[in-house]
Design a protein around this ligand. Structure first.
Ligand code: ZN
Ligand code: ZN
Length: 81
């Protein structure tokens, strides 16, 4: 009985996962949900893109800041807002 249930679950799982694996690119980023067709694209993403999209930029001087709280501090300190 246990084996039957287990194999049923296993089948169901692979049915669910297989099409996802086929659709998804084989090199997923560790830091976000993006994935890439080859490792060099992934490396480029991690080096130059990943995390940087999350950066906030000051609307006044366009300075890039990592966190929203840093942006608030920047606004206060530099622009007095
Ligand atoms: Zn990423
Ligand atoms: Zn600024």
């Amino acid at each position: 009985m246990k084996n039957l249930i287990f194999s049923k679950m296993g089948n169901r799982r692979s049915e669910l996962i297989r099409p996802l694996v086929l659709l998804k690119k084989p090199f997923p980023c560790m830091h976000c949900e993006r994935s890439y067709k080859n490792k060099s694209s992934l490396n480029r993403h991690v080096q130059y893109e990943c995390g940087k999209e999350k950066q906030f930029s000051c609307p006044i001087c366009q300075k890039r800041l990592i966190q929203k709280s840093t942006l608030h501090k920047h606004m206060l300190a530099v622009h007095g807002i």
